[in-house]
Design a protein around this ligand. Sequence first.
Ligand SMILES: [Zn+2]
Length: 497
Amino acid sequence: MHRRYLAPGALAAATVLLAIPASAASSTTGAPGIGDPYYPAYGNGGYDVGHYDLRLKYQPKTDLLEGTATLLARTTQDLSRFNLDFLLDVSEVRVNGAKASFATSGEHELEITPKHPLAKGSDITVVVRYSGVPSSKSAYGFTGWHRTQDGGVAANEPEAAWWWFPSNDHPLDKATYDVSVQVPTGTQAISNGTLQSTSSRLGWTRYNWRSNKPQATYLATLAVGRFDITTSTTESGIPVINAYSKELGDNYNAARASIERSGEITDWLSEYFGPYPFNSVGGYVPNTSTRYALETQTRPFYSPARFSSGTNTSVVVHELAHQWYGDLVSVAGWKDIWINEGFARYSEWLWSEHEGEGTTQEIADYVYASHPADDPFWTVRPGDPGPDNQFHLAVYDRGALALQALRNEIGDEDFFAILKGWTAKYAHGNATVADFRTYAERVSARSLGQFFDTWLYEPSKPAAPEARAASIARKASAPVPPKSWKKLVATADVHQH
Ligand SMILES: [Zn+2]
């Protein structure tokens, strides 16, 4: 997912130190980071956002984005000053109606000093007026904004919000969203949730989107361009909204033949994970030159390249599985990425079995056997991979292998009860890998510490006896790749460049 040219953790830590020495920070200054060890400057401290209202205007010709963001938040400490994360040019900030002073610092910090200090536990309203050309802005040497021939797209992980709205940019602070975007008539604006209304006037059309369940900032998305929009309803009654750039060329039909199955796949996944948690579902494909896909809430982003070999339902399964594992239950910190990717990958394996192209067991056996013990694949610890390996193949494939091993260890009944119960227990919240282990131990009534160490934390290949104990690669003969293997390989880099 990252476009990283520099070591992020180190740089971010240095930025924090330069900006605010710990000794100088007063107890009423909101922290410039929320406390994520992988990304110390991401998010902020001192408040919690409940709702973002974004009223925007975008000009595809110039990439100029103008807008007003109204944030409804609650303070979690006394605040003389607090930060938002943002890159565009701010012209005015108001806190509870009064003009506030503001300054920028670090790579993406907007420091706001309200006219009157804020007491802990107050409901506050923050209004930020801004404008700017997102494609001209970068932080840490990269941009998460994709300029297209007919517009622009915000979709990246973990960094996407900085280029289009000021936020507390970390999954720990989820909020609901109203996103209203004015674009030249003939151009469409796509975002999360349901399209509440559109209105046209004097050559401009306004799209009003609503995402009414808590949503992490990196899962908020905006795409402006010329799209064909399709609407339908799943068999279970969920509204489906898909959008395809008119400029997809030869990939157009393959994209459509894949993503139009989103409703069917959502209903299928809900049998494993519980009722679909949001107000709509779908997907969109802008004409970007990127290669990845992303689980933006209710409306995953897909690069056209995902469909260059024809239909690709695996990637649709992956991103829709994230609606539960990633979006409904989000990481508490970015080190917990396995609770997103291990499960999204395992869902692709379940789909392979559903399609008669190889069982989850066959795929797990093949993953285990096809990486020799000296393969660097095994040195990445999916349970805590480090920021540079956050989207490493091992988080996905060793991560899914761990789930098959767990399933064999505790049995189908407990395993599938966990898959469904976990999403209910932590619905609309956050969780850690350790929380998952605790939950699995409770449901299965077993101690799984050693098991999780072996499969998620040891920087080495689980030894043959341990694999056999978890019914992985029991046959001595070299396993043959399952039918679906080529498709799975093709989606292995789903979040990587
Ligand atoms: Zn994923």
